[in-house]
Write a protein that binds this ligand. Structure first.
Ligand SMILES: *Cc1c(COP(=O)(O)O)cnc(C)c1O
Length: 366
């Protein structure tokens, strides 16, 4: 069977280095807010090119903390609106509504699955304070037009970079394109920890300081609390593991690109629509290889019968979720079509040539 994602195999690539680090942290007697975290934060900042990195507990917290910090700083207030793609993973939207802000959904482009920048401006009102872009599936969404819209309406650009670490637009990495970015190091992400982990990157000194305090009970100084904060920390074990794996992320992303290229060159079934390979290959790190078919459910069953595990990212659009009942009657036809037709093929840096060839062959005989 070809697994959707073989996490064991991915992590065992670095077995010696990771086990040495785990033992070092275990024996050190220091488990939170230590050298492992500060080293990883420094290396992540260098890698992304942003001035500040702040390790936090997970990707959802990273986004929640960015928005909460803007509220504490007076940039946003309860009831303000934040634009977000209508087909994103639910966490991007939860981060907004959790802060008492209003998510305003904008449809994606069908060929990139990313927010349609040309549809943003019509959704801007006097309450709009930010645009939360999501580099979905590992593909960059950014343009000079987006920067101009944000400037013209005085909006913050926040990147959800959970799926696209290592991607770049015109030589600048995702996580350094907007005003602040949230990262997830959930085990299945391109840079995955051994549990939950996340980070924020930004070049904004005040924002970084506010987030550091908010993530630490609202305190910059022990037992002195300036905000009603939370506890959202990246622990030493996760930081140590991530610091090892960060060294190999470019290599892994390049292998992902080669596999994506093979899929796109060699899958030729007319019942399947393939994702677009961007003209600048740096704009995609292929976190997910998402195809589309009107016969999606039959295709998935056929692949399963032939020993190929697939997943659907995502089966229910956010506006059809029970959690957002107030949106259930709204219509986002492009998102709905995407959610009805997409299927994600296995794509990971530890797949063998035989596995890749088999996925291509089986997909073509459907
Ligand atoms: C994974 C993910 C998140 C949430 O990250 P967690 O670490 O699981 O909290 C947010 N947004 C997107 C797009 C994601 O893929």
């Amino acid at each position: 069977m070809i697994k959707f994602l073989d996490l064991q195999k991915i992590n065992l690539q670095y077995q010696n280095e990771i086990e040495t680090k785990l033992l070092e942290v275990f024996r050190s007697g220091w488990y939170l807010m230590g050298n492992q975290l500060s080293n990883f934060e420094k290396n992540l900042s260098d890698y992304i090119g942003a001035k500040h990195s702040i390790g936090v507990a997970n990707g959802l917290d990273a986004l929640r903390l960015i928005l909460r910090a803007y509220m504490e700083m007076g940039v946003m207030k309860a009831g303000d609106e934040v634009i977000v793609p209508s087909n994103t993973y639910i966490a991007s939207i939860l981060a907004i509504s959790d802060n008492g802000l209003t998510p305003v959904l904008v449809e994606p482009e069908i060929n990139t699955y990313n927010i349609d920048i040309s549809k943003i401006e019509e959704k801007i009102t006097s309450k709009t304070k930010g645009i939360l872009i999501v580099h979905l599936q590992g593909r960059v969404v950014f343009s000079d037009e987006l920067t101009e819209i944000a400037k013209k309406h005085n909006l913050k650009i926040i990147e959800d970079n959970a799926q696209a670490i290592g991607a770049a637009w015109k030589g600048k990495k995702t996580g350094n394109l907007g005003d602040a970015a949230g990262f997830s190091f959930y085990p299945g992400k391109n840079l995955g920890a051994l549990g939950d982990a996340g980070a924020v990157t930004t070049n904004d000194d005040d924002l970084a300081k506010t987030i550091r305090a908010l993530a630490n009970y609202g305190s910059n100084q022990k037992y002195v609390n300036i905000y009603k904060g939370l506890n959202s920390r990246l622990d030493e074990i996760q930081a140590a593991v991530l610091d090892v794996k960060l060294q190999y992320i470019d290599n892994e992303n390049n292998i992902r690109r080669q596999i994506a290229k093979r899929f796109i060159d060699e899958i030729n079934n007319p019942a399947i629509i393939l994702p677009e390979y961007p003209a600048d290959e740096n704009e995609h790190v292929w976190h997910l290889f998402v195809i589309r078919s009107e016969k999606r459910d039959q295709l998935q069953a056929y692949l399963t019968e032939n020993g190929i595990q697939t997943l659907i990212h995502y089966p229910i659009p956010p506006h059809k979720q029970e959690a957002y009942k107030e949106w259930n009657d709204l219509s986002f036809p492009i998102s709905e079509k995407i959610h009805d037709e997409v299927l994600t093929l296995p794509l990971s840096p530890v797949m063998s040539e035989e596995e890749i060839s088999r996925i291509i062959a089986v997909t073509n005989t459907f």
